[in-house]
Design a protein around this ligand. Structure first.
Ligand SMILES: CC(C)(COP(=O)(O)OP(=O)(O)OC[C@H]1O[C@@H](n2cnc3c(N)ncnc32)[C@H](O)[C@@H]1OP(=O)(O)O)[C@@H](O)C(=O)NCCC(=O)NCCS
Length: 134
């Protein structure tokens, strides 16, 4: 995927142990799917640019220790840097249909569910609403 420029993967180490990874791609979301967010944009586009958090996982035994939260902060930092150069209004994730996973994205990332298919729930966070005070 990296070689083909489909996604870029970031590895997370604790000392020399690989404990997790996340992968990012360009993405977009239709304006219909974010209607309930009531964005106040004059002349809204049909599609919004988004950074897609394509994959994310922490090694078994290292979960629930705050690594995932730190990873989300890095993803958001990258999204902020992107918006200085190209348009990017949302961060999007196709979250696994698992209540703990959904809660994680909601609680620690401010993601809101927008659509759903048989395997995943699409969730987005508006970059303008990300809390940067922490
Ligand atoms: C989801 C995941 C990336 C979160 O990373 P993490 O380092 O475990 O999360 P943090 O320690 O920063 O935050 C802990 C929260 O994550 C939640 N969590 C979500 N999935 C979890 C899992 N499989 N195991 C343990 N905790 C999980 C915990 O319930 C906890 O919530 P709480 O604070 O309300 O109790 C990680 O648990 C994981 O890799 N899960 C399996 C793969 C996966 O679901 N990836 C996402 C695919 S869309």
């Amino acid at each position: 995927m990296q070689r083909e420029k489909i996604s870029t993967t970031y590895l997370v180490y604790a000392d020399s142990d690989l404990v997790g990874f996340f992968s990012l791609s360009m993405g977009c979301i239709t304006s219909d799917s974010v209607k309930k967010l009531s964005l106040e944009i004059e002349d809204p586009p049909n599609k919004y640019p988004a950074l897609l958090l394509a994959r994310m996982a922490i090694k078994d035994g290292m979960r629930s220790q705050g690594v995932g939260r730190e990873m989300l902060k890095r993803v958001f930092a990258l999204a902020f840097r992107l918006t200085e150069r190209i348009g990017c209004r949302f961060v999007k994730v196709d979250a696994k249909k698992d209540s703990k996973t959904i809660r994680f994205y909601k609680k620690y990332g401010g993601f809101i569910r927008i659509t759903e298919n048989s395997d995943t729930i699409q969730m987005v966070v508006d970059i303008n609403k990300i809390d940067t005070t922490e």
